[in-house]
Design a protein around this ligand. Structure first.
Ligand code: GLU
Length: 516
């Protein structure tokens, strides 16, 4: 019987979650769901120097917002708890020791200064030497020191690390699910530290031990981890677990819009789009990096966009629900090459989701934007009519404007005139074709509206048409001016429904307020 599929997302809590990270989460999630497996969130926090307060909670919140929640995690627990590597510290020493005993790892007593000296002595300014098969012979470690000396150093409590002993001239092979056969030359890889002087494992040891102990079957991670893969493959082998090694999938990079290199936080700042899932407040600098959520993306759209950034569904269709993605996802269709990030396309996805959302859902999503807009419009201390924000009223409004919206804040930008009198009126848009006849038309029509018996879209439109005819005007001559009066600009849904919704008094007030 084949093993139950178990995958993991294993972030280090060092900052905000880049969209590449969310995509890794997504592919893990889709694969687990498709195969009836488990999706584990493991926090890789063994590097205390890079630890950032709040980053773990932020990562968990991002997963929640995206609707990609793990089955096992530090928060949820699970059969392989704890899921935070710092809480598993006691587990790793045994394996590091086992590697030393079998001759695949060794103790190294070198100080930082000694290592720095070696890097300069055997390397150049541009290309410093690494601690490897050629330089380790010049260093103070259990391969060069006499055994008695090693024992003495250990017993006297001299700080040491444990390093992997990388073999020379060995071809290390890995079958990657995306890239196929990948071969590494062992001589190019340094003797990575496995266990640090403080007893904490490094990422390399911890990732292998935990993937083994947590029975991970498939490991998806970014392409930037490919250079570390030979160390991991050897550790699986040296620890005697080779047949349990997960199948690897190194995901292609997400590239800058022009395709020149990896998309970074700085590109986002420079080009005005977010690269993090949600706003990230760096506790050290107090700097906020914008997130897709705060920019007004719906999580479903964000996830849909990410799914297609590096994976080809094999059909024309682009809008997929999460369930559909689960049904369609396959590793074979993940690209080998990097995927260019396209912010316009990301917005297109969001627009699709807003246009197709039901009014009930959208009204709930719109409410905070409408409330904020109203508060700003009436001024800090004033209150607004609470009937404006009932679910029923909001549903009507979003139904009228959603086709014009791309991001969630547009739900206010495209509907503010339903709630408050426009602050500015784009008179320029009608000025050229304005004349006395039109002015008179509106003065008279406003008076007629006062006594209009029914106030609804049809009645208002009929009155408008009839009155225009009487003034010898074509409907088209006065429609745009009416829009400008009610909305403030050349946009928005049908003018008569707007008049209907804002009510008789407000409509007349807005018409009468515009004079040339
Ligand atoms: N802790 C690594 C990271 O921060 C995980 C890499 C892996 O998945 O093996 O991305």
């Amino acid at each position: 019987m084949s093993k139950k599929v178990r995958v993991r997302f294993a972030p280090s809590p060092t900052g905000g979650l880049h969209l590449g990270g969310v995509r890794t989460v997504l592919y893990n999630y889709l694969f687990a769901r498709r195969h009836g497996g488990d999706f584990v969130l493991r926090i890789e926090d063994t590097d205390q120097t890079r630890f950032v307060t709040g980053a773990e909670q932020y990562i968990m919140d991002c997963l929640k917002w995206c609707g990609l929640e793990p089955d096992e995690s530090p928060e949820k627990g699970g059969p392989f708890a704890p899921y935070r590597q710092s809480e598993r510290k006691h587990l790793y020493y045994e394996y590091a020791q086992k590697l030393v005993d079998s001759g695949h790892a060794y103790y190294a007593f070198d100080t930082t200064e000694e290592i720095e000296k070696m890097r300069n002595t055997y390397g150049t300014d541009d290309h410093k030497a690494q601690y490897d098969e050629t330089t380790r012979v010049h260093m103070r470690n259990s391969l060069t020191l006499p055994p008695a000396e090693v024992i003495k150093l250990l017993e006297s409590g001299t700080p040491y690390v444990i390093r992997i002993k990388m073999p020379r001239n060995q071809q290390i092979r890995l079958t990657d699910m995306i890239r196929g056969e990948v071969t590494f030359d062992s001589s190019l890889v340094d003797d990575k530290v496995l266990l640090k002087a403080d007893g904490m494992p490094t990422y390399h040891l911890a990732v292998v031990v935990d993937d083994y102990l947590m029975q991970i079957t498939h490991a998806f991670r970014g392409e930037e981890w490919l250079p570390s893969a030979p160390v991991h493959v050897l550790l699986w082998e040296y620890l005697g677990w080779k047949e349990h090694m997960p199948l690897w999938a190194h995901l292609p990079l997400i590239l800058k819009p022009d395709g020149n290199g990896k998309l970074s936080k700085r590109d986002g700042d420079r080009l005005g789009f977010p690269v993090f899932a949600m706003n990230w407040l760096d506790p050290k600098t107090n700097e906020i990096t914008k997130g897709f959520r705060e920019m007004g993306f719906m999580p479903q759209a964000f996830v849909n966009m990410l799914a297609l950034l590096g994976w080809n569904p094999g059909v024309e269709k682009e809008v997929f629900s999460l369930d559909e993605l689960v049904q369609t996802f396959s590793i074979e269709r993940i690209h080998k090459g990097g995927a260019k990030f396209d912010f316009e396309k990301a917005k297109w996805f969001n627009a699709q989701y807003i246009h197709h959302a039901d009014n009930e859902t959208l009204a709930t999503l719109a409410k905070p934007y409408i409330e904020e807009g109203l508060k700003n419009a009436v001024g800090g201390t004033q209150t607004y009519d609470s009937r404006l924000t009932t679910q029923e009223y909001l549903q009507k409004i979003v139904g009228l404007v959603k086709d014009r919206c791309t991001l969630l804040p547009d739900l206010w930008a495209q509907s503010h005139f339903f709630f408050v009198t426009p602050e500015t009126i784009d008179l320029q848009a009608i000025k050229e074709k304005w004349n006395e006849q039109k002015q008179q038309f509106f003065i008279n029509w406003a008076a007629i509206l006062e006594s209009l018996p029914d106030w609804n879209e049809q009645a208002i439109e009929a009155s408008f048409n009839e009155h225009a005819q009487q003034h010898g005007l074509k409907k088209g001559d006065v429609m745009l001016p009416l829009r400008i009066m009610l909305v403030g600009g050349k946009y928005g849904p049908g003018v008569f429904i707007i008049a209907d919704m804002i009510g008789k008094e407000e409509t007349i007030k807005r018409i009468n307020a515009v004079r040339f």
